[in-house]
Write a protein of this length. Structure first.
Length: 427
């Protein structure tokens, strides 16, 4: 294998590769190419001088060929560098990146050129690529506080407050009096604390308090849109989990206007639609979410539930029978039941046709109370299954909604117990 030099363009990007006085080769440095291998490193101008001096020191034939090859490569790198700088100064960042890519394939350890390419990536809206170059530059150049500061601000703008905090701390380790790093540190630390606190509140189920924290996040950082979007996404989640469907639908929709493919917002809005009994809309949101994350079990189960509830809504809906919302508390269910049972008790009707209608209505009301006042049965119904149908099928009977009036005659609508405890008549 022929020896190869890996070049660095040096800190002054506009300086020529060779000054009027060539850089000296220090004592102890080799004076021939025979000991160099792939990956060796010399500064750009120094490598050219090294090659020229090697040619004057009676090199072997192979060493002479290698020195000539390195001189040609050095000239090529200088030409590419000039083109890259011209393109950068002309705001042609794509062209500059192309030239810099070629140089950095050879000059892999040049911190300044990596920083220049990072600037090009930033201008082209590719912050993650810029971060990659800046991280390399932070290791290649000692005490590179500027690189750490830029990495931190880029992470911050991407919404990654934790990594931003980590990088700005590295800057302050090198220079605790660095003004920009310290100012940025205070801002990102405050934001990080608010977000962590909000997430802890969500874990505890304290959704109202979590919502307040995320509203503070938006006030703390109003100029970076990523924090507004992420905060609204979490507020949308809080409203959905707190069974505030109207608010959830409103905020989730705001998120989806900014990010139409936001799977979290789609799932949370779908859940809110289910509470509002807007099954078609819920199905549409789940299907859209599934297009972007087909392996998400929560989406799959939510879609199946929405489809069952839609089918169920086309039959009998216990919530509608009692006139209560799907998130109604047990006290509301009992209150609604008592009112309707009093209104529709068949003993109140003398006309035979009206009595038959009232009997059917009363059976529906009693069945609704039976299901919705029992947590286990209610959960089955909320998941799109009819628990009374299941019981009927297991017993081999018919539709439970066709029970005779006589089977409900002993049911006291003002009792908290089962349906056959008391004899109850209205006179």
């Amino acid at each position: 294998m022929q020896p190869t030099l890996v070049l660095s363009l040096g800190s002054d990007l506009r300086s020529p590769s060779l000054s009027s006085q060539p850089p000296p080769i220090l004592a102890g440095e080799q004076t021939s190419l025979s000991g160099w291998y792939v990956g060796s490193f010399l500064p750009f101008g120094k490598s050219e001088v090294f090659c020229q001096r090697s040619l004057k020191s009676n090199p072997s034939e192979n060493e002479e060929k290698e020195a000539q090859s390195q001189l040609i490569k050095s000239d090529e790198m200088q030409r590419l560098r000039s083109q890259a700088l011209d393109a950068f100064e002309s705001s042609d960042y794509i062209a500059a990146i192309t030239f810099l890519d070629k140089i950095l394939e050879v000059c892999v350890w040049d911190a300044e050129l990596r920083e220049l390419r990072a600037e090009c990536f930033i201008k082209e809206g590719e912050p993650r690529k810029a971060i990659s170059d800046l991280k390399a530059a932070s290791k290649l150049k000692n005490d590179n506080t500027e690189a750490f500061y830029k990495i931190s601000t880029l992470y911050y703008e991407l919404g990654d407050h934790e990594l931003s905090l980590s990088e700005v701390r590295e800057c302050l380790k090198l220079d605790q009096d660095h003004k920009r790093c310290f100012a940025h540190y205070k801002q990102v630390k405050k934001l990080n604390k608010l977000i962590k606190s909000a997430e802890e509140l969500i874990k505890e189920g304290r959704y109202t308090d979590a919502t307040s924290k995320y509203e503070s996040v938006m006030k703390t950082e109003p100029s970076v849109s990523e924090y507004t979007i992420r905060s609204k996404e979490r507020i949308c989640h809080c409203f959905s989990k707190d069974e505030k469907p109207v608010e959830a639908i409103r905020v989730c929709s705001e998120v989806l206007q900014m990010e139409p493919d936001n799977v979290n917002a789609l799932k949370d809005r779908a859940e809110a639609y289910l509470i509002e009994e807007m099954y078609d809309e819920a199905i549409q949101d789940y299907e859209t979410a599934q297009e972007h994350n087909e392996n998400d079990q929560q989406i799959r189960e939510g879609l199946e539930k929405a489809q069952r509830l839609l089918k169920q809504s086309q039959k009998r809906d216990y919530y509608k029978i009692l006139g209560v919302k799907r998130n109604a508390k047990k006290q509301e269910i009992i209150k609604a039941y008592r009112k309707l049972a009093l209104q529709w008790h068949p003993d109140n009707f003398q006309n035979e046709e009206e009595k038959k209608k009232a009997e059917k209505k009363f059976i529906d009301i009693a069945a609704a109370k039976e299901v919705l006042s029992d947590p286990e049965m209610r959960k089955k119904f909320d998941d799109g299954e009819d628990p009374l149908d299941a019981e009927s099928q297991q017993g081999g009977g018919g539709n439970p909604f066709h029970r005779s009036w006589n089977s409900w005659q002993g049911f006291n609508p003002f009792s908290s117990g089962g349906p056959f405890r008391f004899k109850f008549h209205f006179n």
